[in-house]
Ligand binder design. Sequence first.
Ligand SMILES: [Mg+2]
Length: 266
Amino acid sequence: MKITNIKTLKKKDLIVFDLDGTIVETKSPMDKEMSELINKLLLKYRVAVIGGGKYQVFKELFIHRLNSSKESLKHLSLFPTTSTSFYRYHNGWKKVYVINLSKSEVKRIIKAFKEVFNEIGYQHPKKTYGKLIENRDTQVTFSVFGQDIVKVLGKKGVRMKEQWKKEHTPIKMKITRLMAKRLPDLEVRAAGFTSIDVTKKGIDKAYGIKQIKKHLKVPVRDMVFIGDAIYPGGNDYAVVRTGVDYIPVAGPKEAKKIIRGLISKK
Ligand SMILES: [Mg+2]
């Protein structure tokens, strides 16, 4: 259920965040203010972060910007690539599990993307940045402008992605639908602004919540999920199915407000 009451929120044991668009601006490093807020939050609550990005992206954008003590980091859990992997801190970041796609699955996914592009006459943008189809082992991701657009162009890259999303989302949804038809045994999902993720079947953020419950031994009722895409078609929407309490945010600015509420003494 969506919650608005700060008292209900403060009683939670575990605060679960989406990463991209919630803790960080899309594909951008966490800012200093957010870093300080998460630090303080870790002193009072357990925190889990679940996102579509791979572990290296979590490290680059999030972990490397966080100056928490080793003691605090023990309260933080990472669930990259939509929780197909889990990392926890114990004398350094340690992988607890990872669910990889098989080599033949990866091949089939890449082939299907190419076939769908051909079928609908989809043209890639003239200039792209890094890989368009990236094998993240647990997940294969197609990104319209390539993986590295924000790394290369910074804020301009973010704006280009937003613009594309505004103008071309129906094309993305069409590619997603055709991919799903070709790969009925796998999970195909539109994600972020300009990407499509393919994973093993049944991997979504609801699966993530279940993994978090199982591995951190926290009942769903003691969690709250905070994300920027908790609406039909959004990549956070699946969490609603688990019955977890949630708070939709438009972006990091609103997420910060919620964290301030959580760490305030009142
Ligand atoms: Mg997001």
